[in-house]
Design a protein around this ligand. Structure first.
Ligand code: ADP
Ligand code: MG
Length: 682
């Protein structure tokens, strides 16, 4: 019997009530507990001398209790226990609040390990409510689990220990032995024991590496099998190529990369049995819109409708205007459908769509709502794909009889990752910018240079140009460390009264009503606003060629890909453009990350670095990519990612459907991983 079938209540001390808390963490069985891996570890063997402790840093000190514990009453009926510890280098004060057991647990003259953050204030250095333990031989590296209210780390440790003790002596390892040998991976039993309770740092790394490899392998296998499974049949065959006559009407010559993208699409949609399922990936400003327009025109001329879904109202509006101009001299009817339209407007628009009186429909999420019915949808396009997720893409495609699907992404994704995330899509990369673009010069400054930077913006405005300033927050209340963070409202006010008294300053953020946002963007587009202070909503904003400076406050708070997107807002016209990154974050990582931005304008290079530097964490934020939830792996370990890909290919060559008996356990794991996605996707 599998431990996944043994309920968590079999563990001692876990009754129905506590089991409900474990369930909140997704742990229902003993097997789930075993695969609930720690989020980090505490290394009690890595001690710091008392003389060397740094304020605000978490550390472990080995200290002898050098004063008796002194417990006093403080306000609100609470108690505070104080004592001192010492080592060869000095003394350190400890305080504990509301813990009446301290005096019996910490004995005068004995030595313990203490782990905590050291604060420095008018009373000197002190450690507040540290964890502590007696120094022992084993368990010097302890696991730290994600928790939920009512469950503490000690309970998790106890449950994990007992769960592991229930593992059979020999467990079947889903990774075939030759794979384990080739990639130097430890066996499953070792991995499970050491991922929870490592005997050394080295053992912990070996254990994690193996589990990460396995998980990425399973993910790879799943995505590849999805892709190879026979695709749906399509009835949409666009036989005649109309793109040339459209391209002629454009005011510029297409780049070779644009032409290639268009012909890839035309070939996909011509006479293949299955619909096009293609991703076009191109850096900001690479001209994806013109490619889409050509594809839409081609679709319409062949007798079908095309739908184009954008992630925001502003962007949908902009595409609508661009398309309306492009198709003004043709008989193609372009329609806009967004959530902010009145109910009556929406109803009328939907009627036209259903009756086939619209040819190209541009819109937001409103497009995929139930009430939108297409007359004859031939091609569904989604822009900025990572904001939508696989499920929404699928929903738009379900609006027709297996229409062709085209996905646009301006987020360059490292190849290794693209293979997984877009495993089910064919990929065209637009790797060429339209001619005449100049690179945006990027600078990283500390806040002491901000005034000079603002002076530079002022000069640009005097020369007739426009600037963006991006802040992480809209208003005070949103953040944790609000003092540290610039918020758009206050900042705009500050500028209007100070440095930019004589300049028109506008403000834009996601909490504004769609109408107000549009008004501000329109004013900015007409150069009635010179300086636009905003949140990242401008990331996908409109095309303002006159804007030459993008200044980003608290730049360390943003992912490199977001910074790159933001930077793409400038340098779109003939003027020399600049990006100024402001941050006082002293971390090494910040220097390195913002340094990358200064060094290169190449989106793919930036995406690669982002992945490497960001460390664990979600590449896209919020799992918007729609992939299964991973237990331990993330996509930052590109080397393991590449290895797992190679291994997946080899396994599928050996057994294309994974039905070989030796792969049964892997297959089962794959099913389990993807079964969960099915649930979360709907
Ligand atoms: P993105 O790929 O970021 O969506 P856009 O499609 O918005 O880029 O194009 C950016 C700008 O470049 C637009 O103003 C567009 O008119 C212009 N553009 C697109 N293709 C070309 C080209 N081949 N030559 C010159 N300008 C172009
Ligand atoms: Mg675009």
């Amino acid at each position: 019997m599998s431990l996944y079938d043994v309920p968590i209540t079999k563990l001692s001390g876990i009754g129905e009530k506590r089991a409900a808390l474990f369930r909140k963490l997704g742990i229902e069985s003993v097997g789930d507990m075993i695969s609930y891996y720690p989020r980090s570890y505490e290394n009690w063997s890595d001690t710091t001398d008392i003389a060397a402790v740094q304020p605000e840093e978490k550390c472990v000190v080995r200290g002898k209790v050098s004063t008796p514990v002194n417990t006093i009453r403080i306000s609100g009926g609470r108690t505070m226990a104080k004592l001192s510890i010492s080592d060869d280098t000095g003394y350190l004060n400890l305080v504990f609040f509301n813990n009446k057991y301290i005096s019996s647990m910490l004995r005068y003259g004995e030595t313990y390990l203490f782990m905590g953050k050291v604060a420095y204030d008018k009373y000197g250095y002190q450690m507040v409510s540290p964890e502590f333990c007696k120094e022992t031989a084993g368990d010097m590296i302890t696991p730290v689990y994600h928790l939920t209210a009512g469950l503490n780390n000690h309970m998790m440790i106890r449950a994990a220990k007992e769960a592991l003790s229930m593992l059979p002596q020999t467990i079947h390892d889903p990774l075939p032995e030759d794979i384990r040998k080739r990639y130097d991976l430890c066996d499953l039993s070792y991995a499970l024991n050491n991922v929870h309770f490592p005997t050394s740092l080295n053992a912990m790394e070996k254990a994690r590496h193996r589990l990460i490899f396995e998980e990425l392998l399973v993910l790879n296998l799943g995505m590849r099998m999805m892709k190879s499974q026979s695709r749906e049949q399509t009835a949409v065959h666009l036989l005649k190529d109309y793109t040339a006559e459209f391209i002629q009407t454009l005011p510029y010559e297409l780049t070779n990369a644009q032409k290639r993208a268009i012909s890839d699409c035309v070939a996909d949609m011509r006479d293949k049995p299955s619909p096009m399922n293609r991703l076009i990936q191109g850096d900001v400003g690479s001209g994806k819109t013109a490619v889409c327009a050509a594809v839409c025109y081609h679709t319409v001329k062949n007798g079908f409708q095309a739908a184009f879904m954008a992630p925001t109202e502003i962007l949908a509006q902009q595409h609508f205007e661009t398309f309306s101009k492009m198709f003004a001299h043709t008989d193609v009817r372009v329609e806009l459908l967004t959530g902010s339209m009145t109910a009556a407007e929406k109803r009328k628009t939907r009627e036209r769509i259903e009756n086939g009186e619209s040819d190209i429909v541009i819109g937001t999420h409103a497009l995929v709502s139930e009430s939108t019915v297409f007359h004859r949808l031939g091609c569904a396009i989604t822009d900025e794909q990572h904001r939508f997720g696989v499920a929404q893409r699928a929903r738009l495609a379900s609006k027709g009889e297996h229409p062709h699907v085209l996905v646009l992404s301006a987020t360059p994704i490292p190849r290794t990752l693209g293979l997984i995330i877009y495993g089910d899509l064919d990929i065209t990369i637009i790797d060429e910018l339209p001619p005449g673009r100049t690179e945006v010069d990027t600078f990283f400054i500390r806040t002491d240079k901000r005034d000079r930077a603002l002076g530079f913006l002022k000069k640009q405005v005097e020369e007739g140009r426009q600037c963006y300033i991006v802040c992480p927050l809209v208003e005070e209340s949103e953040g944790v460390d609000v003092d540290e963070l610039k918020n758009a409202n206050d900042y705009a006010a500050e500028l209007m009264l100070g440095a930019f008294r004589d300049i028109s300053v506008g403000i834009l953020h996601g909490k504004m009503k769609a109408k107000d946002k549009e008004k501000v963007m329109a004013q900015f587009a007409k150069n009635e606003i010179s300086i636009l202070v905003s949140t990242t909503v401008v990331e996908v904003g409109v095309d303002v060629r006159n804007a030459t400076v993008m200044m980003i406050e608290n730049a360390d708070r943003f992912g490199l890909s977001t910074l790159h997107q933001l930077r793409g807002r400038v340098g779109r016209g003939q003027y020399k453009s600049y990006c100024i990154l402001v941050s006082d974050n002293k971390g090494e990582n910040t220097e390195q990350r913002l340094g990358v931005m200064c060094r290169t304008n190449n989106g793919f290079e930036i995406a690669d670095m982002d992945l490497k530097l960001r460390g664990p964490g979600d590449f896209f934020g919020n799992r918007q990519h729609g992939l299964p939830q991973l237990d331990i792996a993330d996509f930052s370990d590109t080397e393991t990612l590449a290895q797992s890909q190679e291994a997946a290919e080899a396994l599928l060559r050996f057994s294309p459907d994974l039905r070989d008996a030796s792969l049964r356990a892997l297959r089962a794991k794959m099913r389990r991983l993807f079964a969960e996605t099915e649930n979360t996707m709907n």
